[in-house]
Design a protein around this ligand. Structure first.
Ligand code: GAL
Length: 428
């Protein structure tokens, strides 16, 4: 055995041992704030990002109560969620936005044509809620519709009042605005296609938000068939690519398959959104929830938790705060992972990362456990070099020079981060 080979094996063993005893490699322990977007080829990426302050250079992370509470969130429950976000360690893991969804305002505007917070749900109005959430070191998000009503038809939308509402949101201290796509009066615009109307309205809200001077993440929640990934980049920081998610595996799968093909459109400041997380809502198994978290991270999707944070099981908490998976989602290169195989529902996805590593997900959409195999070459890595595969759910590390293979449970994933093992130069 050559000195070179012996050195390589020692390095592999040292890496594997360091993972086994809990000493994290550098990328696992790098503080998120230190992950400054450099670029793919040395340019300043921030110059390409729309909006007043280069927002969402990595996918937004936070909480929104809709998937668990529908439109019932009120002052007490949103503030309790914010406290739980801090107490559970989710804030430290990177979750920062606490967002209201539909139903916070009344059906009618007031005499000045302002949106009116529902006085039963928000007796003190919205400003004090935003202040409280900010006092916890978090950011505050709100919801409106591009049309005349929200999607549940309980509340006024912003149609005809974009500027007025943007000014109100900014005055309340809103940091994130989800604009839903219901009750849009397309017939007000004869001669224009629905998509043209939507593009125009989305841009009008962009301009209204920019005019406030406040940095507000703009979520173009156009879930229709109008392909917002083709036009919302440069308008909002994220756009929906799917129908509404439900807390069932077929829905997870549908949203994954809708989103996965749009990998070319995502990047710093503009993300594909396959809808919010269902993790912890009770309708799927822990395996399926791990799949949602892994696939969403691989696809650089926004990670907006949608469960009751005040009653979270350790399993749910463990999934939502897996730092190694979150590091993939938040990787500063901002490339969305893409599929290199999907035969028979056995998927292999690969995502290039800023430090040259790859995140690889083996996903088994079928009802039976399966061995899923790929190679370094297939996932885009140079062959002839030694690599270490770190399993991001078990923490185990294993060396490879070519093959990658794992038994993947039904509806489950195995997720790896693959790094080169740097061999010191040979001394003769
Ligand atoms: C849907 C939207 C959901 C949620 C809901 C509220 O259209 O896609 O995410 O906001 O409306 O009624």
């Amino acid at each position: 055995m050559t000195a070179f080979r012996i050195t390589a094996i020692v390095v592999v063993l040292a890496l594997v041992a360091s993972v086994a005893i809990g000493v994290s490699p550098k990328w696992l322990s790098t503080p998120r704030t230190a992950l400054v977007p450099t670029s793919r080829d040395g340019d300043d990426l921030t110059a390409l990002v729309p909006g007043p302050s280069n927002l969402a250079l990595t996918p937004p992370m936070g909480w929104n109560g809709f998937n668990r509470f529908y439109i019932k969130v009120d002052e007490a429950s949103v503030e309790a969620a914010a406290r739980a976000l801090v107490a559970s360690g989710m804030q430290s893991a990177g979750y920062v936005y606490v967002n209201l969804d539909g139903g916070w305002d009344l059906r009618e505007r007031d005499v000045r044509n302002d949106l009116q917070p529902n006085p039963v749900k928000f007796p003190r109005g919205i400003g004090p809620v935003a202040d409280y959430i900010h006092s916890l070191g978090l950011k505050f998000g709100i919801y409106t519709s591009a049309g005349t009503m929200n999607c549940a038809s309980t509340s006024a939308g912003s149609f005809g009042h974009y500027q007025q509402d943007a000014v109100a949101f900014a005055a309340w201290g809103v940091d994130y605005l989800k604009v839903d796509w219901c009750h849009v009066p397309y017939d007000h615009f004869p001669g224009m296609s629905h998509r043209q109307v939507s593009e125009m309205l989305a841009m009008q809200m962009r301009q209204a938000l920019t005019a406030t001077g406040r940095p507000i993440v703009y979520d173009v929640n156009n879930w229709t068939d109008q392909q917002p990934w083709m036009w919302a980049k440069g308008v909002g920081q994220l756009w929906r690519t799917t129908p509404d998610i439900h807390d069932r595996f077929p829905s997870l799968l549908l949203n994954f398959t809708h989103n996965v093909s749009h990998f070319g459109q995502a990047g710093p400041g503009g993300w594909n959104d396959p809808d919010m997380l269902e993790i912890g809502n009770g309708g799927m198994s822990a395996t399926e929830y791990q799949s949602q978290f892994s696939l969403w991270a691989e696809m650089a999707a926004p990670l907006i938790a949608g469960n009751d944070l005040t009653r979270m099981s350790p399993i749910t908490q463990g999934i939502l705060t897996n730092q190694a998976v979150i590091a993939v989602d938040q990787d500063p290169l901002g490339l969305q992972g893409y599929p290199v195989a999907s035969t028979g529902g056995h998927w292999v996805l690969t995502r290039p990362l800023a430090n040259g590593d790859r995140a690889v997900v083996l996903f088994n959409q079928t009802d039976k456990p399966a061995t899923i195999s790929t190679t370094l070459a297939q996932v885009g890595l140079a062959t002839g070099t030694q690599y270490v595969l770190i399993d991001l759910w078990s923490g185990a590390g294993n060396p490879t020079v070519g093959g990658i293979s794992a038994i993947v449970p039904a509806h489950g994933v195995v997720m790896y981060r693959i790094s080169t093992i740097e061999t010191p130069p040979l001394r003769i």
